[in-house]
Design a protein around this ligand. Structure first.
Ligand code: AMP
Length: 207
């Protein structure tokens, strides 16, 4: 017997032989990695020719995927001493940091592009493939020694993540790990960031 009308929604059979259809939101079979793979859009030549942009915003707007990827990103770092705050890198890292922080009941630090934060800021310049970029962090928001997990959407060359780790250390925090939805092959980001903190991603794709 099938209860309810869920179209082609996933079904489970109980030990007594009863077949139950699950609403899509209850489907338990798709892993966080599979969700990222299925939902991430590939945008050629954005923001400039030759760049294969990975648009992860459909992962954020899917109510099942968002919570699940937040859980998966944080899980390797939640063991042992764990983390006491999550630093999100502007802008897509903010969404992930908020989700993880809410799940783990810790606070968020926002690592912003230059010129967005008022008052005293720490700044860190770093090299992009072409040109330079700069990130900023307000110091003094959490106690010295706070254990911070860093999150972003994509790990490419690792320059953004490395600059963020440097900013956190300059502010007196301990960066305990870096997590991203995707890493790009062949750009050595994992080696660069992994030399400083443990790295977790949910998938690896061509640059
Ligand atoms: P990188 O500093 O080289 O590791 O670049 C990582 C930062 O640039 C992240 O904040 C990403 O949002 C962004 N990024 C770099 N390459 C891509 C890409 N192909 N698709 C989407 N975002 C990217």
């Amino acid at each position: 017997m099938v209860r309810g009308d869920f179209g082609c929604a996933p079904r489970i059979r109980t030990t007594s032989g009863l077949v139950l259809a699950l609403p899509y939101r209850c489907a338990v079979t798709e892993t966080a990695a599979a969700l990222v793979d299925r939902l991430t859009a590939i945008v050629p030549d954005f923001p400039k020719p030759g760049i294969l942009f990975r648009d992860v915003t459909p992962v954020f707007s899917d109510p099942v995927a968002f919570g699940r990827v937040c859980e998966a990103l944080a899980a390797p770092f939640a063991v042992g001493e764990g983390f006491q705050a999550v630093a999100g890198i502007e802008a897509r890292g903010f969404a992930l940091a908020g989700g993880i922080a809410a799940q783990h009941q810790v606070g968020v630090l926002t690592v912003r592009k230059a010129g967005k934060l008022p008052g005293e800021v720490l700044s860190e310049q770093y090299a992009l493939e072409y040109g330079e970029a700069e990130l900023e962090l307000r110091p003094g928001q959490l106690p010295q020694g706070t254990r911070v997990l860093v999150v972003d959407d994509v790990l490419a060359t690792g320059g953004t993540a490395a600059a963020t780790i440097t900013l956190l250390e300059r502010a007196g925090y301990e960066a305990i790990g870096f997590a991203a939805l995707l890493e790009l092959d062949g750009l050595a980001g994992r080696e660069r960031v992994g030399a400083r903190v443990p790295v977790t991603t949910l998938g690896s794709v061509p640059a």
